[in-house]
Design a protein around this ligand. Structure first.
Ligand code: M6R
Length: 615
C-alpha cells in the first residue's frame, strides 16, 4: 500500500516529508520520491529501494528553503518497482506533480485520449495518465482547482492523491475516493497523509477526509470542498489521543486485527476493474492457454486457499485440479505429462523457499507456471511464466489473514474467467451455475461482498470475544467442515494453534468416525462449520456424533438452520462457496480473541517467521 504525505507550513518541508515517509514505512514499499518547488519550477527526486536511497539523492539538492513539499512510498501494483514508476509523476509541461495511492481503472482510455493530443508517457503507471489529464483540463478550466476536480470526475477507480503546481509553490491540493487520506491541522502548517503517524509529531488535530472531497491548503489556510460541485464542507477537526504505535495500527490493538478489518477493502480492491456484467476480466491470463489440468502448490494458509479454490476451479471452470503442499511437491516424482498441464503456485510473500523450489522444479520439467502472489516483484512473481497479483497490501502480522481472503477472491475470479473459455462440451451440463442469469447473479454476489462483510465485522468481533472467554481453558480443539468448508476448518485450526498455542486439528467432518472421534470428551470442544449448503445435513449428523460423546460444539452457521449446539454463531447467508468470505473472518477473529485473551504475542507468535525463506 502506497504512502502519501503532503506538507504546507513554516518548517523546512523536505525533512518533514522524509520523516513522514519513515513513519509510513510499515505499510511496505519498493520505491520512494519527493517533490518541492524551487525558483518557480518543481523538483522531483525519486529512487528505487529504501528511503536511504532517496535521502542520498536529496542530499545533493538545495532543499532548505522549501516550505511546501510532498512525498510518496510506492508499493508496486501496476508496473515493476523501478525509478521510472516511482512517484511523484509529472505532467508533460512539468507544471504539475502528483502522488497517488490506488488504482485508476480507466487509465488506458485516458492515456489513449491524451496520446492523441500529444502527451507522452514515460512510465507504466496509471498515475502518469491522471497527472497529464489534469494538465490537459487546466488548458480549458479557469483555475487549477477546477481542472483538478474536472479530471477526477472523469476517473473510475480508487485514489488518494496530492498535487503541487509550479505556479502555486506554497499550496498543496489533495482528494480521495475509496483510499485513506487524512488532513492534519497544525499551527501555521497543514498536512495530508495516508495515515496519521506521518504527521503525529506535529499535530493531533485531524480531519478524516471523506470520499468525493477535495482539499486545498497553504500554511495558514485550508478549505475542503465537494468534488461534485466545489461547494465548501465544514469538518470539525478531531483530537487524536493514540500514541505512535497505536496510530500505525490504525487504532487497533494489533496489526492482525487491523488486517482482519481491512478485508472489505481488500475485496473491493480485488474486484475493482475485474468484472463485467457476466464475466471476470483477467488480462494477465489472456495470453495463456486454458489449463487442461491444474497442479496447485503452496504452503500454510496459501495451501488452504488452494484447497478452497480447487472447488471453484473444478465446479465452475470444469478444470481438474490437484492441490499439494510445496515441500512435498518439490521432492515427489510429480507427473507433469501434458502440454496443457499448468502449475499454479500461491504465495503471499512470493519468497517461501519450498514454494519457490517447487516452481523451479516445475519450470525445469517444462511446465507452464502461474504465480499468484501479493508482493510485486517477489522471486515467485519474477520466476513464474506469468504472475497474478492479489493486491491485498502489505501484511505485517505473522498470521496470514487478509492475504487468504485476497487469494480466495482471485481464485474465484480465475474460475469464473476460465469457465467461459472451456469448450462447451467440457462443461457439466447438469450444473446450472453458468447460465447467463446465473453468471449475473454470481457477479452481483461477488460485488456485494465488501459491503456485506463491512457491515457484519463488528458483530462477528463481539461474538468471537464472547466465545473466547468461554473456551479459553480448552487445551484441544477440533475444526470440522465438509466440501469447501474443509479447507476453512484447516485454516481455523492453523490460526488457533499458531496464535494461541492451543492444539487444534482441522478435519473433514466425515473422517471423524475413522479414528479422531476417539479423542472427544467433555474437555475436547469442536468448532464446526455448518453453513447453509448441500452438505449441511451431513455436517449436522457429524455434529450429533460428537455430541453423543459429550463433546461441546460451537457451530458457525446461518439463520434458519435446524441445529442444537452449545454455541450457535450465526453469520450472514450467502450461497456456497461464497459463504466462505463470511466464515473466514469469523474463524480469524475467534483465534485472535483467544490469543489476545490468553496474553499471547498476537503479531509475533513464538517460533514463527512471516516469510519462511529457508527450507
Ligand atoms: O508467503 P506465503 O503465502 O508463501 O506463506 C506461506 C505460509 O508460510 C504462511 O501462510 C503461514 O502458514 C502463515 N503463518 C499462516 O498464518
Amino acid at each position: 500500500m502506497c504512502g502519501i504525505i503532503g506538507y504546507a507550513g513554516h518548517r523546512p518541508a523536505v525533512p518533514v516529508v522524509m520523516e513522514g515517509l519513515r513513519r509510513l514505512e510499515y505499510r511496505g514499499y519498493d520505491s520512494a520520491g519527493a517533490a518541492f518547488a524551487r525558483q518557480g519550477a518543481l523538483r522531483i527526486v525519486r529512487a528505487k529501494g529504501k528511503l536511504a536511497a532517496l535521502e542520498e539523492k536529496l542530499a545533493q539538492e538545495p532543499v532548505a528553503t522549501a516550505t511546501c513539499a510532498m512525498g510518496h512510498t510506492r508499493w508496486a501494483t501496476h508496473g515493476i518497482p523501478a525509478e521510472r514508476n516511482a512517484h511523484p509523476h509529472c505532467s508533460n509541461d512539468a507544471a504539475i506533480a502528483l502522488v497517488h495511492n490506488g488504482i485508476i481503472e480507466n487509465y488506458q482510455e485516458i492515456k489513449k485520449e491524451l496520446a492523441e493530443k500529444g502527451h507522452v508517457f514515460h512510465s507504466e503507471t496509471d498515475t502518469e495518465a491522471l497527472v497529464n489529464l489534469i494538465a490537459e483540463r487546466r488548458k480549458s478550466e479557469k483555475d487549477l482547482l477546477r481542472a483538478f476536480a474536472v479530471a477526477l470526475r472523469e476517473v473510475r477507480g480508487a485514489y488518494a492523491v496530492c498535487l503541487m503546481h509550479c505556479e502555486e509553490p506554497e499550496t498543496i491540493y489533495a482528494a480521495r475516493l475509496s483510499c485513506p487520506l487524512i488532513f492534519g491541522v497544525g499551527a501555521g502548517e497543514h498536512f495530508v497523509a495516508s495515515d496519521i503517524p506521518a504527521f503525529l509529531p506535529y499535530t493531533r488535530q485531524v480531519i478524516f477526509l471523506e470520499d468525493g472531497e477535495i482539499v486545498r491548503a497553504t500554511a495558514t489556510s485550508y478549505e475542503i470542498l465537494r468534488l461534485e460541485d466545489l461547494r465548501p464542507i465544514i469538518h470539525e477537526p478531531q483530537t487524536i489521543l493514540w500514541d505512535m504505535q497505536a496510530a500505525q495500527k490504525g487504532g487497533y490493538r494489533h496489526f492482525m486485527l487491523k488486517e482482519i478489518f481491512e478485508q472489505p477493502r481488500v475485496l473491493a480492491d480485488g474486484l475493482a476493474g475485474r468484472l463485467t456484467a457476466e464475466n471476470a476480466l483477467l488480462p494477465e491470463l489472456d495470453a495463456l492457454p486454458v489449463p487442461g489440468k491444474l497442479h496447485i502448490v503452496a504452503c500454510g494458509t496459501s495451501w488452504h486457499s488452494g484447497l478452497w479454490g480447487r472447488h471453484l476451479l473444478e465446479h465452475w471452470a470444469r478444470i481438474p485440479a490437484q492441490v499439494e503442499i510445496a515441500s512435498e511437491f518439490r521432492y515427489r516424482e510429480s507427473l507433469l505429462l501434458n502440454r496443457d498441464d499448468m502449475v499454479l503456485v500461491i504465495s503471499q510473500s512470493g519468497e517461501t523457499a519450498d514454494t519457490l523450489a517447487a516452481l523451479r522444479r516445475a519450470r525445469k520439467q517444462g511446465a507452464m507456471v502461474l504465480g499468484l502472489c501479493n508482493v510485486v516483484g517477489s522471486s515467485i512473481a519474477r520466476e513464474a511464466s506469468a504472475a497474478l497479483y492479489t493486491q491485498a497490501g502489505p501484511e505485517i502480522s505473522v498470521a496470514s489473514t487478509k492475504a487468504m481472503c485476497s487469494q480466495m477472491l482471485m481464485l474465484a475470479l480465475m474460475a469464473l474467467y476460465w469457465s467461459e473459455r472451456k469448450p462447451a462440451d467440457n462443461i457439466d451440463q447438469t450444473s446450472a451455475a453458468f447460465a447467463p442469469e446465473q453468471r449475473r447473479l454470481l457477479i452481483a454476489l461477488l460485488e456485494s461482498l465488501p459491503a456485506l462483510l463491512d457491515a457484519h465485522l463488528p458483530e462477528m468481533h463481539e461474538n468471537a470475544r464472547g466465545l473466547s472467554r468461554k473456551y479459553a481453558d480448552a487445551n484441544n480443539f477440533f475444526y470440522l467442515g465438509r466440501g469447501h468448508c474443509f479447507p476453512l476448518a484447516l485454516e481455523g485450526a492453523l490460526k488457533l494453534k499458531e496464535l494461541s498455542y492451543i492444539h487444534a486439528e482441522g478435519y473433514a467432518a466425515g473422517e471423524m468416525k475413522h479414528g479422531p472421534i476417539a479423542l472427544i470428551d467433555t474437555l475436547f470442544p469442536t468448532f464446526a462449520l455448518a453453513l447453509d449448503d448441500a452438505l449441511f445435513p451431513k455436517v449436522k449428523s457429524n455434529i450429533v456424533e460428537v455430541q453423543a460423546r459429550q463433546g461441546k460444539v460451537i457451530a458457525l452457521t446461518n439463520e434458519g438452520l435446524d441445529l442444537t449446539v452449545d454455541d450457535r454463531w450465526v453469520i450472514p447467508s450467502l450461497p456456497a462457496p461464497l459463504s466462505a468470505f463470511m466464515a473466514l473472518p469469523a474463524l480469524q477473529l475467534f483465534s485472535y480473541e483467544m490469543a489476545d485473551y490468553l496474553g499471547k504475542d498476537v503479531d509475533q507468535p513464538r517460533n514463527l517467521a512471516k516469510s519462511v525463506t529457508v527450507e
